[in-house]
Design a protein around this ligand. Structure first.
Ligand code: GLA
Length: 334
């Protein structure tokens, strides 16, 4: 054997070996059971509980497992990704506790070669733009906000309220783009209906839950004892419910309050089942079942087939009140 041929044989053998190793690992990946994480900022909120449940149920049908982890802060998010990496998960769905964690989350996911998609709250990069290459599924926020504004305007008309005698509590979280878009949409429609701009009061919230709503609303209500009729809106129904509790504490009668939320989840259902109507008039319901199921499906398809999900999927909502909540709930599969 000439040395040239020997070199060739060596090379061929090496190449064959390398290919079989690669082939093996590719095979191993395809055959490995699919496991994904479902990371949410507020694991105790009915909306997120339902999303996780829907993802887990889909997994039972489609043969993948879902590890649900509550991640209320950045440190917990990074620890959860490490945990998933150690368990051999191939990716995760996340609703982050802070959208500015985008670059950090992406870097950590890359360490484990994990794919990820966002649900509800879209991650941003250093300049505040949506994080590139991370598919998102969330509400059509501004339009849903418009529906909130319309529902409030219609109910004010029905009750015969004059614009000059009504105050609006706009509970805001301007750091969160989907929150700002929702409340901006509501404000736009309210103003178009003749609501007085100077009667809209901002109440910044620290957390997007009942407590956050209560704490944001209380001081603003206390500062305006002259206003007897209130409308309330925010990014979600939990926040609005917290604010409605604040009006009750100040003995503002339920018939003088029109709160309209967004979500259509457990707390709203409980409120609609109370014997007496409260200041919580309604909510724009969106299907948390679809959000959980579709975001998990998108991710798993991506892992299994390499097909990247759409960059931005936006979902729609419908007005849910005491009168129709069961029907709307059934229609949306919640
Ligand atoms: C945000 C809110 C949640 C819910 C989702 C839905 O994350 O905090 O309550 O409204 O959006 O997209």
């Amino acid at each position: 054997m000439t040395s040239k041929i020997r070199r060739f044989t060596h090379r061929a053998a090496f190449a064959a070996m390398a290919m079989s190793v690669l082939g093996l690992s590719a095979c191993h990946h395809a055959d490995a059971p699919t496991k994904i994480g479902f990371l949410v900022k507020m694991p105790e909120q009915a909306w997120f509980i339902n999303e996780e449940k829907a993802a887990t149920e889909l997994g039972k049908k489609e043969g993948f497992s879902v590890v649900s982890i509550g991640t209320p802060d950045g440190e917990k998010v990074l620890a959860a990704i490490d945990n998933l990496g150690a368990q051999g998960a191939q990716g995760f769905v996340i609703c982050p506790p802070d959208v500015r964690l985008g670059p950090a989350i992406r870097a950590r996911a890359k360490q484990y070669d994990m794919k990820f998609v966002t649900v509800d709250d879209r991650l941003v990069d250093g300049s505040g733009k949506p994080l590139d290459g991370v598919p998102h599924l969330g509400m059509s926020s501004f339009k849903i906000g418009n529906q909130v504004g319309q529902a409030i305007a219609d109910e004010m008309k029905k009750r015969g309220w004059k614009p000059e005698e009504v105050g609006a509590l706009r509970i805001t979280d301007d750091q969160l783009p989907t929150a700002k878009q929702r409340t901006d949409g509501a404000t736009e429609t309210l103003l178009a209906s003749g609501f007085k701009k100077e009667n809209i009061f901002d109440a910044p919230q620290r957390t997007t839950d009942d407590e956050g709503g209560f704490n944001a609303a209380s001081p603003v209500l206390a500062q305006h004892p002259d206003i007897k009729k209130w409308v309330i809106y925010a990014l979600n129904e939990e926040t609005v419910l917290g604010a409605v509790r604040a009006t009750e504490q100040l003995h503002i009668p339920a018939e003088d309050v029109v709160g309209v939320g967004i979500n259509g989840a457990g707390e709203a259902f409980a409120e609609f089942q109370k014997k007496e109507a409260t200041g919580f008039y309604g909510t724009i319901a969106v299907s948390s079942t679809h959000h959980g199921r579709d975001s998990a499906q998108n991710l798993v398809d991506w892992i299994r087939t390499g097909k990247e999900p759409p960059a931005d999927t936006q979902t729609a909502g419908a007005l849910m009140t005491r009168d129709n909540w069961q029907k709307v709930r059934a229609d949306l599969g919640i």
